[in-house]
Design a protein around this ligand. Structure first.
Ligand code: PRX
Length: 656
């Protein structure tokens, strides 16, 4: 956050109460009710979650132990058997929801499709049978690299149905990034599309898959299943590549759900950390199903009449938990959109709200800032009266954007649900329950029942009211990640060792800084590690640095984030060059393109600053704090006593 944002957040005092009418119909109706549930859950989290698991999910076999906690490894509902695709589909077929819209999809060129629960069930069963035909078995990993089309959700659910774990790779990632993830997961099959529509252009997904798999560089992949979406010519490798529609033709729609164990892996989702290699975050079945179900139900107050739209991509955790699993497990209608606001369609989001009568709209601060820039005449010229709840996620929301969202989109009557959570947490952790918790612009408010969140110092001591500290969670919860795929040690190091365990209590370290105010409200201030948040997307500085040094011109690179009005943060890279290369605009362009090619367009640096040397400590560590301040134009004359060579800094400053 920029200094001015931090200041306005610190002075933010406004409190917004839900209307009485809203609270009365909500699942959780008052602060007192929330407090009561919270206290009960705090006293006995296990029985709290067990009761919900019994009430909200269908189980083939009941668990024999609610929680097995061998810090930092948790198992929930041990011995229980269920299938998340059954909970998302089959169980609704026995009710009136059978013919309710499960998935409403709006395509970028204006085409659309709606699947009822019965139709979605049929598609998932057929696809699951296709996966079986291709030799996919329980426990195998399947890569999914897709545009935002219904087949992405269908593929995920089909994997879940047969007990295979999916690993969805965001369609904006490069072939190189895709290859690394498929290799790390040893994926057996890749499901993709010929292309996807994005901002009036085709993203050539199949070409990227071909590049990723070239020269047997992902030896585990046996087959590629290709959905026809954009219909341009693509290469189909004989024996390896198959059209989705060919294999699905005439396939049985009967596919009994595999009774998976609570702790069977549901998916791996890669996310950036502080080292170069992205982490494979592992989520398992039972706890994740329960957690996404209950958090969505209470925080977005899901009712049967809702038309719920989350604008994320299925390639991120928000898409997994809150486009696919959470909404479908609740029997809700979930909207999926292939496109994004763009100059040629600045009002496209509001057209969709109007067209389908969307009641709950969930997006990111970066999108809200883009809407503000495009002008309020776009939302104002559409009928948005169907909306009743607005959500935000991905980065701290500045109070100005919050107020605009509240007034212009919500017409000052829709509660704003600011949800703080992470890929690792599986679902919402700190969030308002809209009928119960009054909101303050810029605050994610209070922890979800069962979540013992706090703000502490590095010794694990709670910090004073309004003092900054580290956001931690003091007790396991069902939706938590179980491990880093193939690297349990990294799991322990990354999340459980920053803050020393005290009296046997392990604290989950989220990597975010926060403070709690006098009402116990959380104000998340952003990352405290080497992770940058660009337009709500997480990137590790090391990841970008590795991409830069893989270019022959670059000798050394240091990457920092600087505040950006639209994207929240933007990448600034400081690089030193190999002897034969000289700095210049051409090379700057080339390096930006190189990073985009290595990781994906979201990682393209906003600026590259060439330098003869980087500022280092006497022990040779790059002083990122200095670079961060330099990048954002702040004073760097302060604490530079540990700097090895002051002249490096002086030169960098001259060049800025
Ligand atoms: O820094 C926090 C920020 O996003 C990080 C998690 O990123 P990711 O795993 O990609 O998941 C994003 C979607 C859940 C967090 O560590 N973040 C997420 N939501 C908020 C937020 N920061 C402030 N307020 C939020 N509501």
């Amino acid at each position: 956050m920029s200094d001015s944002t931090i200041e306005s957040v610190l002075s933010e005092q406004r409190l917004f109460h839900p209307s009485e009418e809203f609270s009365q119909q909500a699942h959780i109706k008052s602060t007192e009710e929330y407090q009561q549930i919270y206290n009960r859950a705090q006293q006995d989290p296990e029985s709290f979650w067990a009761e919900l698991a019994e009430k909200e999910l269908d189980w083939f076999e009941k668990w024999n132990q609610v929680l097995d906690w061998q810090p930092p490894f948790a198992k929930w509902f041990v011995g229980g058997k269920l299938n998340i695709s059954y909970n998302c589909l089959d169980r609704h077929l026995k009710t009136w929801r059978r013919n309710k819209a499960a998935l409403i999809w709006e395509g970028e060129p204006g085409d659309s499709r709606t699947y009822t629960y019965a139709q979605l069930h049929r598609e998932v069963c057929q696809t699951a049978n296709v996966l079986k035909q291709l030799g996919v078995q329980k426990g195998d990993r399947v890569g999914i690299y897709m545009p935002m089309i219904p087949e992405a959700a269908i593929a995920m659910l089909a994997c879940a149905r047969i007990g295979a774990a999916h690993t969805v790779v965001f369609g904006g990632f490069s072939a190189e990034a895709l290859k690394d993830r498929l290799n790390d997961a040893s994926a057996k099959l890749v499901i993709t599309a010929d292309g996807g529509w994005r901002k009036d252009a085709i993203v050539p997904l199949k070409d990227q898959v071909d590049k990723a798999l070239a020269n047997q560089s992902v030896p585990s992949v046996e087959n590629v299943l290709v959905v026809q979406r954009t219909e341009q010519d693509v290469h189909m490798e004989a024996g390896r590549d198959h059209w989705w529609h060919d294999l699905k033709a005439g396939v049985s729609a009967h596919c009994p759900p595999e009774p998976t164990d609570s702790e069977d892996m549901l998916f791996i989702l890669y996310t950036s950390g502080t080292t170069g290699k992205p982490k494979g975050v592992v989520h398992t079945t039972g706890g994740y199903n329960l957690y996404t179900h209950v958090t969505l139900k209470w925080a977005f107050d899901i009712q049967d009449t809702d038309v719920y739209w989350c604008t994320a991509d299925v390639g991120w955790i928000t898409g997994h938990s809150y486009i696919v699993y959470g909404p479908l497990s609740n029997g809700a209608t979930t909207v999926m959109y292939e496109g994004a606001p763009r100059p040629s369609a600045p009002g496209c989001m509001w057209d969709i709200v109007e067209k389908y009568g969307v009641t709950i709209f969930y997006t990111a601060p970066t999108a809200i800032r883009a809407f503000i820039k495009m002008g309020e005449h776009h939302p104002k010229s559409r009928d948005l009266s169907s909306l009743r709840i607005l959500g935000t996620v991905g980065e701290p929301i500045n109070p100005e954007a919050w107020m605009w969202y509240y007034k212009v989109i919500g017409n000052s009557r829709c509660p704003i649900v600011d949800t703080w959570w992470q890929t690792e947490t599986g679902g919402f952790m700190v969030t308002p329950l809209p009928g119960a918790i009054p909101t303050k612009p810029g605050s994610a408010t209070l922890p979800f029942p069962g979540i013992l969140a706090d703000v502490v110092d590095l010794d694990g001591n709670q910090v004073a009211t309004n003092e900054g500290g580290y956001l931690v969670v003091k007790y396991p919860w069902p939706g938590m990640m179980r491990t880093v795929y193939g690297d349990p040690d990294r799991f322990r190091r990354t999340y459980w060792e920053h803050i020393a365990p005290r009296e046997g209590q392990y604290l989950y370290f989220a990597g975010d800084g926060a403070r709690k105010d006098e009402d116990g409200y959380f104000w998340v201030m952003g990352r405290v590690d080497d992770v940058i948040n660009i337009a709500g997307h997480r990137l590790g500085t090391m990841e970008v640095e590795s991409a830069l040094v893989s270019h022959p011109a670059v000798a050394e690179a240091a990457v920092v984030g600087r505040p950006d009005e639209m994207k929240g943060e933007e990448i600034v890279a400081f690089v030193t060059l190999e002897g034969d290369y000289s700095a210049g605009e051409e090379l700057e362009k080339e390096l930006k393109q190189h990073v985009a090619g290595e990781i994906g367009a979201i990682a393209r640096p906003g600026a590259i600053r060439f330098s003869d040397a980087l500022p280092k400590t006497r022990s040779g560590k790059i002083m990122r704090r200095l670079l961060r301040n330099l990048a954002s134009g702040q004073d760097v004359s302060g604490d530079t006593s540990t700097l090895e060579d002051r002249s490096v800094l002086d030169k960098l400053r001259e060049g800025s």
